[in-house]
Design a protein around this ligand. Structure first.
Ligand code: RTP
Ligand code: MG
Length: 139
């Protein structure tokens, strides 16, 4: 099944100029970039994106981190794209991430973990619409 998922290259990764290396891993995995933009989110914009985590203890830190520098948001398309990208990212905590994953290679800690990917079709739909309109996605 061809799916779309939302990817964010997080501020820890853009700060280290890793956007290209991460996008290369994404493309090598067979996922297509069908939309992309570079943004510097406000704390409020990051908070709206992570609204599902509002009650979590790490929410305020996460909003501050996600607005601390530029991010690269993109829509990835491909067979089973949501699960495929989650596998490529690796575990949230890089100490538990498998070899060959983006987080194993690049993440600094459980918060500054270099990438985000949608975790289900419903969250992918919300997250894609948060950043892109229909004209900005070119399959
Ligand atoms: P993501 O949503 O970014 O793809 O990551 P995920 O599903 O693997 O992790 P999730 O549980 O949804 O948490 C979202 C992001 O919050 C930060 N976090 N910090 N300090 C902490 O204990 C903690 N736990 C999570 C990470 O940046 C995580 O990706
Ligand atoms: Mg998540």
């Amino acid at each position: 099944m061809i799916q779309r998922t939302l990817s964010i290259i997080k501020p820890d990764a853009t700060a280290r100029n890793l956007d290209g290396a991460i996008l290369a891993m994404i493309q090598e995995a067979g996922l297509r970039v069908v939309a992309m933009k570079r943004l510097h989110l406000s704390c409020e914009q990051a908070g709206g994106f992570y609204a599902v985590h509002k009650e979590r203890p790490f929410y305020n830190d996460l909003c501050a981190f996600m607005s601390s520098g530029p991010v690269v948001v993109s829509v990835l398309e491909g067979e089973d794209a949501i699960a495929k990208y989650r596998t490529l990212m690796g575990a949230t905590n890089p100490e538990k991430a498998e070899d060959g994953t983006i987080r194993k290679r690049f993440a600094q800690n459980i918060e500054a973990n270099s990438v985000h990917g949608s975790d289900a079709p419903e969250t992918a739909a919300f997250e894609i619409a948060y950043f892109f309109n229909a004209l900005e996605i070119v399959g």
